[in-house]
Design a protein around this ligand. Sequence first.
Ligand code: NAP
Length: 327
Amino acid sequence: MMYRLRNLIFGSKPQTYKPVIFITGCSSGVGLSLANHLYKMDCYRVVATARASSLKVLREHGLIDHENFLAIPMDVTKKRDRDRAIDTVERIWGGVDILINNAGVSYRAVVEDMTENDEQKQLATNYLGPMALIRLVLPYMRHRGRGKIINISSVSGMLAMPTMASYSASKHALEGASEALWYEMQPLGIDVTLVQPGFINSESFKKVKYTGTALEHELGRRGPYSDYYTNMAPFIERMMHLSPTTPDDVSKVVYKIIKTQRPGLRVAATLDASFFYYFRRLLPRRWLHPVLFRLLPNSRHWGKGYSNSRRKKQQESLRTSLLRPFR
Ligand SMILES: NC(=O)c1ccc[n+]([C@@H]2O[C@H](COP(=O)([O-])OP(=O)(O)OC[C@H]3O[C@@H](n4cnc5c(N)ncnc54)[C@H](OP(=O)(O)O)[C@@H]3O)[C@@H](O)[C@H]2O)c1
């Protein structure tokens, strides 16, 4: 009543609610593009987070704090950082309406070359950190009876690639948990969406991490797995360069999800993501992985000279079965 009276006297416009969007990993790629895009908009309040060491990138791009924009240091793997960041937002703006878990790292190492420590780091960034953030923002969203959780996944969350086992595992974990969360949030009015990009035309392959042994295998060009690395690394780099999808395109897909009332659980963000989705569904299960294996560069020669016992056995059994009629 008082509010309406005040508007009548002073003629001020009724205030509209500006949802608070919280984004992780804003120092490059998709996160930076999203922050840039939303910075210019007056209808949202945006919290762009990045690791303390990378936060300056936001300033360099002209993204400075104002009444609708806040840049906060946060390493997603650190509990103290996460608690402090969400606390700050709650103190200033009440809480988070839309959480975008975008920060991610990827290790390039075959399973045997991964270390337990690196597995922990991979999972902490791509899975455990995002889940902890979700737990921090859900009470506020539940209280309001609305909200959006947008998790940036990957095609690697539906199909794994050799030398990327841990990365795939982290995205599969994110997919599984988000799917369960989708069911849990249905009655509570909170949307959960997984964005699945395939190859993005960006420089992020330069940030790929190697374990010590993986690097030895790739650079030393010897060892049972060196062919895997020397073929997969340039292949992935080439696919990324050939991809018509830029980080800006992916951030537009995310923006569309922000605006959509009830977005779906899974949204493909690149052409190849849609292709692989149908490819996986249409091809009989028995053929899928052998066909994909054949499509990998030089895969028939991988591991040659290190263990060909299975190949020898196959040749042996073929020879004996051919000779059997003459015995
Ligand atoms: N690039 C692709 O082809 C591709 C394909 C499928 C899915 N994706 C996914 O899309 C998302 C965005 O990737 P992108 O291409 O934009 O990669 P990007 O350019 O490498 O950006 C990743 C961002 O995550 C941040 N980050 C890494 N570790 C962090 C941590 N512990 N705490 C906070 N921030 C951290 C990085 O910050 P620093 O600068 O501090 O390292 C960077 O800002 C990721 O989840 C990725 O897995 C990417």
